[in-house]
Unconditional design. Structure first.
Length: 310
């Protein structure tokens, strides 16, 4: 099929989460609340870390970038989802669809690598405490964050180019999802996509599964090292790590389910995708602050300074 056939489809129609108008209105209010929480919650974390002298460790430096990625990741799909819940016209241009595909995989993969960096940071802090300041310097942290972004960019570029080379002949242009993701788009291509679906499973699925295994090994090492700590030290380390483990589980579980398989779509895919595109970014501010006394104290100080200025 010639590449000219790719121009036969100039826009796609997103099926969204539901076709029921009553359910859609309820979902609109719910996801508007979720997205607002994502924006303000993660911005609060970024502002607190950047303005507090107490939160200048590598852990908080990485957490501020995780919050930035969470905001960006949700913004790629959430506003369009919220808008489509109230309108009949759910179209998205071909270029807009490709941009959404690129952005979703870019920020999603960047978050995966960033979570690995955060696990590495905790592993060094607990297993090699005497070498922590030299190993996790500001320069090293900045390089690791940049490497996470570069890894996400390369992965996303590959995924987008795989889709761009496909012919979309029409007339069917309905994407059975609430955002442009690779599996629903492969289902619309008028050519055999088996080879590409294998590449997708290797690229996206193996990255998710491989990083999850690395994270599991890191936290196993941490648990082994904790045997030499006092009970109080063990409790403090576990409190710090438990937040990260919770985020990793909520994010990686759905990602592995979606991407570590051939190019097939299931009815549950849209609901599962909500977890890593909206729910996890929304919960991150609560997970990282409710059990972190330093964050809570710094937020109180930030609030007090804001009230005095006003």
């Amino acid at each position: 099929v010639s590449m000219e056939n790719t121009n036969n489809v100039t826009e796609f129609i997103l099926h969204g989460l539901t076709q029921d108008r009553t359910v859609a209105k309820v979902c609109f209010l719910l996801f508007l609340l979720f997205y607002t929480t994502i924006i303000f919650g993660n911005l609060l974390i970024i502002m607190t870390i950047r303005t507090s002298d107490l939160l200048n460790s590598p852990m908080y430096f990485l957490l501020s970038y995780l919050s930035f990625v969470d905001i960006s990741y949700s913004t790629v799909s959430a506003p369009k989802l919220i808008h489509d819940l109230l309108v009949e016209d759910r179209t998205i241009s071909f270029a807009g669809c490709m941009a959404q595909l690129f952005g979703t995989h870019f920020f999603g993969c960047t978050e995966i690598f960033l979570l690995m960096v955060m696990a590495y940071d905790r592993c060094i802090a607990i297993c090699k405490p005497l070498h922590y300041t030299s190993v996790m310097s500001l320069r090293v942290c900045s390089c690791l964050v940049a490497a996470s972004g570069l890894g996400g960019f390369v992965h996303s570029l590959v995924q987008t180019l795989l889709v761009l080379q496909l012919p979309f002949c029409g007339p069917s242009n309905g994407v059975d999802h609430y955002f442009c993701d690779i599996h629903p788009l492969l289902a619309l291509a008028c050519t055999d996509t088996y080879t590409i679906s294998i590449n997708v499973a290797i690229s996206s699925g193996v990255i998710s599964l491989g990083c999850f295994v690395v994270l599991a090994v890191s936290y196993t090492s941490i648990l082994v090292s904790l045997r030499t700590y006092s009970p109080k030290g063990q409790l403090k380390a576990l409190y710090t790590c438990s937040s990260h483990i919770t985020v990793v589980t909520l994010f990686f579980g759905p990602c592995i389910f979606i991407y570590l398989r051939p190019s097939t779509t299931f009815p549950a895919d849209k609901v599962v995708s909500v977890f890593y595109t909206i729910i996890t970014p929304m919960l991150n501010p609560f997970i990282y602050t409710l059990r972190n006394q330093e964050m809570k104290n710094s937020m109180k100080k930030l609030w007090s300074r804001t009230v005095k200025r006003s």
